[in-house]
Design a binder for this molecule. Structure first.
Ligand SMILES: Nc1ncnc2c1ncn2[C@@H]1O[C@H](COP(=O)(O)OP(=O)(O)OP(=O)(O)O)[C@@H](O)[C@H]1O
Ligand SMILES: O=P(O)(O)O[C@@H]1[C@H](O)[C@H](O)[C@@H](OP(=O)(O)O)[C@H](OP(=O)(O)O)[C@H]1O
Length: 282
């Protein structure tokens, strides 16, 4: 039985007459192929990535597992449509806190059309991408049974300033309510979620090491998803903080050159997160 995902935070969403992803009970996430070259490009990326022996095994855990493509009844009611069949990186979690962070100061690739470059550059300028090297694309933070989720709409997230980004990265790991802007985030989960040998910072640093070396792919407009279960912390269980890369519609060949656009953004994100870990009371 296919349904609209409960916890999607960004991107094209399924809805009345809108084409968007679906999930089922088997732990799969079905992303409809976008009708232009974005769809075929994303399939080509997953196909080549999953068979490329140059990709180290320990790096594969940062990508959703790819199970090919499948024709499904599209969410917009337009009939059968091809979908990427991906590992659902969220569905096994209860009340997950999620951040979708689009990496790179430039979301457009050099070979793109003038019209596409203009569209992306406008967005990169209006958001934090150009100045920070990344922008928050979407988020949902779990507060408690009483407050539920903080899930600001797309327009508010796109207008985040540097201070808003800093504050969001603190709220993500705080025990107090994310919805109440008068309360200073306490960052009391910073060491559990960001820090430690299995924390988000360690994972980002491992990914960075690969990006310092790999010249196979250039990941334009790709996101790092960060996710954990806040309720598990409250129960004294492992909140299982994880990063995963998603959205490969604009991955280009690296042609022997490092992906300095992605690497720069990743370094900037790492610095923001290390600041929270080093000085949670700032
Ligand atoms: N494998 C996955 N498992 C679970 N959720 C996912 C997965 N991939 C993506 N998502 C959810 O869907 C959202 C959008 O994903 P993605 O960026 O791939 O879509 P898109 O429509 O191409 O986005 P955009 O409009 O930014 O290009 C993510 O923010 C996340 O909430
Ligand atoms: O950041 P927002 O406000 O969610 O805006 C979307 C975002 O910039 C996507 O990256 C873009 O898809 P591409 O990267 O694939 O171009 C999409 O274009 P679209 O509406 O033309 O699909 C935008 O709507």
């Amino acid at each position: 039985m296919f349904k609209v995902p409960d916890h999607q935070v960004a991107g094209h969403m399924a809805g009345a007459g809108a084409l968007g992803p679906l999930v089922d009970d088997s732990g799969h996430f079905y992303k409809p192929l976008q009708s232009d070259e974005r769809g075929t490009n994303e399939v080509a990326f997953y196909t080549s990535f999953s068979t490329d022996t140059r990709v180290p095994d320990q790096i594969r855990k940062f990508f959703p597992v790819f199970h090919g493509t499948r024709d499904l009844e599209a969410s917009d009611g337009s009939g059968m449509h091809p979908h990427l069949v991906l590992e659902d990186i969220i569905s096994s979690r209860i009340n997950p806190s999620i951040l979708d962070i689009k990496i790179g100061s430039s979301t457009w690739y050099p070979e793109a059309s003038e019209a596409y470059i203009i569209k992306c550059l406008k967005k990169d300028r209006e958001t934090c991408s150009l100045t920070l090297g990344f922008r928050i694309s979407g988020l949902q933070f779990y507060g408690s049974k009483e407050t539920g989720f903080w899930k600001p709409d797309r327009k508010s997230v796109n207008s985040f300033t540097h201070d808003d980004v800093r504050s969001a990265l603190r709220k993500f790991v705080s025990s107090n309510s994310p919805t109440n802007s008068d309360i200073e985030p306490d960052c009391s989960y910073a060491s559990t979620i960001y820090g430690g040998p299995d924390g988000i910072l360690a994972q980002l640093l491992e990914l960075k090491l690969w990006f310092e070396d790999q010249t196979i792919f250039h990941f334009y407009s790709c996101s790092v998803m960060m996710v954990y279960d806040k309720e598990s912390i409250l129960k004294g269980e492992n909140p299982n903080p994880q990063i995963k890369l998603v959205d490969f519609a604009h991955v280009m060949e690296g042609k022997g050159v490092i992906d300095h656009n992605f690497l720069g953004g990743l370094c900037s994100l790492i610095k923001f997160i290390s600041d929270v870990v080093t000085d949670p009371n700032k």
